[in-house]
Design a protein around this ligand. Structure first.
Ligand code: DAH
Length: 281
């Protein structure tokens, strides 16, 4: 009895399915000859791509990511970095102040150095190797070349025997990993209050290979970061004894690197949310 019923049921079910299919084909509801619909896939923001690439390279070299805060206090953003109140070097960073006294938006990722030293240095007894990626804010006129928000990637290494040779070798290694085996770098003397000595780093133009083009303004070189040996005052403010410990630091701007790489001539595209720009990546 059960077998008979099951067979009858299945026969009926198959018939109904066939009729259904025939009917839907007839109505044209399903045209199996149509090509598939492409799936709309989202993409990563060009800045995110560059940030991830930079982070991956430093990770290979043993630098862990340390996330510092976007909202800073005046002391950590300036004073702890060897710029006491009224120091003229503060003018280099146009600052967003808030209605709360001493609370500002960080103008660069360098205050993260102080926070990393306190968080990881165990009161100045442990070496550190970190990078600090994050958004920075400046009270500026928005133009094709400057925005009020942009990323920086800061780097900090503190140890007992770190010298300028380590800094130069590490930066040159980074440039080779980022711009290719044969990328040459040059170091130019510069000045930052929180490093001594300070330098700016140029890499041989990765568009023209140093021949001279529009991107490098026919100089063959493009600037990629500022760096230097951590100033003794900064080490001290991070809890280290500067007679026993030394370190190097650097800071680079991923948007600048992305602009150079893709020939983007206006920084305002980055945060405008214009899909016509974003969909190109
Ligand atoms: N904080 C600097 C800026 O915003 C960049 C910088 C320069 C960071 C030299 C560093 C450094 O750590 O050593 O312009």
């Amino acid at each position: 009895m059960k077998e008979a019923l099951t067979t009858a049921y299945e026969a009926r079910e198959t018939l109904i399915q066939e009729q259904e299919l025939a009917r839907s084909l007839e109505e044209g509801a399903l045209d199996v000859t149509l090509p598939g619909r492409p799936r709309e896939a989202g993409g990563l923001h060009p800045s995110t791509r560059t940030l991830r690439q930079i982070q991956a390279i430093w990770a290979e070299m043993g630098f862990q990511v340390f996330r510092s805060r976007d909202v800073e206090d005046d002391y950590t953003n300036f004073t702890a970095l060897n710029m006491p109140p009224h120091h003229p070097a503060r003018d280099m960073w146009d600052t967003f102040y808030t209605t709360q006294e001493n609370v500002i938006l960080r103008t660069h990722t360098s205050p993260g150095q102080i926070r990393a030293m306190h968080a990881l240095g165990a009161k100045g007894t442990r070496p550190i190797r970190v990078i600090l990626p994050g958004m920075c804010y400046r009270y500026e006129q928005i133009t094709a070349r400057s925005e009020i928000q942009f990323h920086q990637v800061e780097g900090l290494a503190v140890g007992r025997t770190i010298t300028m040779t380590d800094l130069k070798g590490t930066i040159a290694d980074f440039a080779r990993r980022m711009y290719g085996e044969r990328a040459r770098v040059r170091f130019r003397a510069s000045h930052f209050p929180f490093t001594e000595p300070s330098m700016e780093v140029d890499v041989e133009c990765f568009i023209c290979g140093g021949e001279g083009c529009r991107v490098c303004k026919y100089s063959g070189w493009v600037e990629i970061m500022g760096c230097g040996m951590v100033h003794p005052v900064v080490l001290e403010n991070g809890g280290y004894d500067p007679t026993q410990w030394s370190g190097f630091a650097f800071g680079m701007g991923p948007e600048r690197i992305t602009m150079l790489k893709h020939g983007i001539n206006d920084i305002r595209y980055f945060w405008s949310g214009d899909l016509r720009f974003l969909e190109q990546f």
